[in-house]
Design a protein around this ligand. Structure first.
Ligand SMILES: NC(=O)C1=CN([C@@H]2O[C@H](COP(=O)(O)OP(=O)(O)OC[C@H]3O[C@@H](n4cnc5c(N)ncnc54)[C@H](OP(=O)(O)O)[C@@H]3O)[C@@H](O)[C@H]2O)C=CC1
Ligand SMILES: [Mg+2]
Length: 341
């Protein structure tokens, strides 16, 4: 009965969809895949697959470029057969999107299988995400980050935190259910506010001791439970550099996979011209200081390698374009250079 209802529902929504844009149709299709296990199982037979091994994505190096290959369902079966594994493995995959033509994309972690065999069979290598994210084409980075984050969430939510019983994922991987307690778990992320503080003519950039040498970025901090974005922003700036924010403006947001899943909420903030003396919290930061426009423009031209000097010290450089901090810094530069002098 449920199957008949779903078939009728799908037929009705496909008629309805004729009047919708490509984007709306795509979102509706993805939603159906998440809601209907049978439909998703069927989609897996015509989908494409991104491979991971213990959360490291599979990349192929062609010349100087790193590509993110998508395997067809047929190639997946061939690899699994070669490794003497069954096709059931494919059901462990999670849905991460689809093309405009409704070819679904899945991510699958083959961590339990021999890494070197897969690598030599497919002529590529499983690469740590901290490297992979910055060497693939910029348009592929968000997909890579969200696929890994979803696989990571499943890996760490195998058991119900109330009953201790195993949880089971739906086919698309958009949730997990504990059948003993009936609790449904959904993938989670932690909101983080990232703020580029300015005093009108300088911006404040900071370093943590764990950063690569020479790298400075905007202030950031996890939102506490119960806090609004505004409250978290004001608190973090006060806590980390001892300044009081006068006003701020939202810029953009980004999913960030480190340390697990963060929703980065990026803002510009202004502090009053009278109070710009930094009082740094040295438990959290190694350095915090004001940068003028010229120094920021110079820093934007450098990366880790080019910032190293002959004496081994590093000149300041900033996060690459995959990180939302880069966008904040660029926006600040644009705002400074477009101001009437
Ligand atoms: N994409 C981008 O451009 C940028 C991204 N980021 C990301 O923002 C995130 C937060 O920045 P950060 O300045 O370190 O944050 P915080 O200033 O809030 O300090 C981090 C510390 O907060 C504690 N903490 C509180 N809540 C959480 C939580 N939900 N998850 C993990 N730790 C928590 C931990 O302390 P304890 O271990 O003592 O419990 C942690 O070490 C980082 O993960 C970083 O990767 C940062 C800058 C740029
Ligand atoms: Mg911080």
């Amino acid at each position: 009965m449920a199957a008949i209802y779903q078939a009728v529902h799908r037929r009705a929504s496909s008629l309805f969809c004729r009047f919708h844009s490509t984007y709306v149709k795509k979102m509706r299709y993805l939603n159906e895949l998440k809601e209907d296990d049978d439909f998703c199982r069927q989609a897996q037979t015509s989908g494409t697959f991104y491979l991971f091994h213990n959360l490291s994505p599979f990349l192929q190096k062609v010349g100087k470029k790193y590509l993110l290959p998508q395997l067809s369902a047929a190639e997946m079966k061939r690899i699994l057969e070669k490794m003497k594994e069954t096709e059931q493995w494919i059901e462990k995959s999670v849905l991460i999107g689809c093309s405009d033509e409704h070819v679904p994309h899945f991510a699958l972690d083959l961590g339990a299988l021999e890494k070197s065999v897969i690598e030599s069979e497919l002529q590529g290598s499983f690469t740590d995400l901290r490297k992979a994210l910055f060497v693939v084409d910029v348009k592929d980075s968000p997909l890579l980050a969200s696929a890994q984050a979803l696989l990571r969430w499943h890996e760490s939510h195998q058991y119900c935190s109330k009953t201790g019983q195993p949880t089971q994922k739906n086919l698309a991987g958009s949730k997990r259910v504990c059948h003993a307690s009936g609790i449904t778990y959904y993938p989670q992320m932690s909101p983080v506010v990232i703020t580029l503080v300015s005093d009108g003519s300088r911006c404040l950039l900071t370093r943590q001791s764990s950063f690569p040498q020479g790298m400075y970025t905007a202030l950031s901090g996890f939102c506490d439970l119960g806090e609004s974005v505004e409250e978290a922003l004001r608190r973090e700036v006060a806590e980390e550099v001892g300044l009081e924010v006068e006003s701020f403006q939202y810029s953009a947001s980004q999913h960030w996979p480190f340390p697990s899943s963060c929703l980065m909420i990026a803002c510009h903030a202004l502090v009053g011209g009278q109070q710009t003396e930094i009082s740094m919290n040295s438990l959290e930061l190694e350095e915090a200081r004001w940068f003028g426009l010229e120094e920021v423009l110079e820093g934007l031209k450098r990366d880790y390698t080019s910032s190293k000097q002959d004496d081994g010290s590093f000149l300041p450089w900033f996060p690459p374009k995959q990180a939302i901090a880069h966008k904040l810094i660029n926006e600040w530069v644009k705002q400074q250079t477009s101001r009437p002098t």
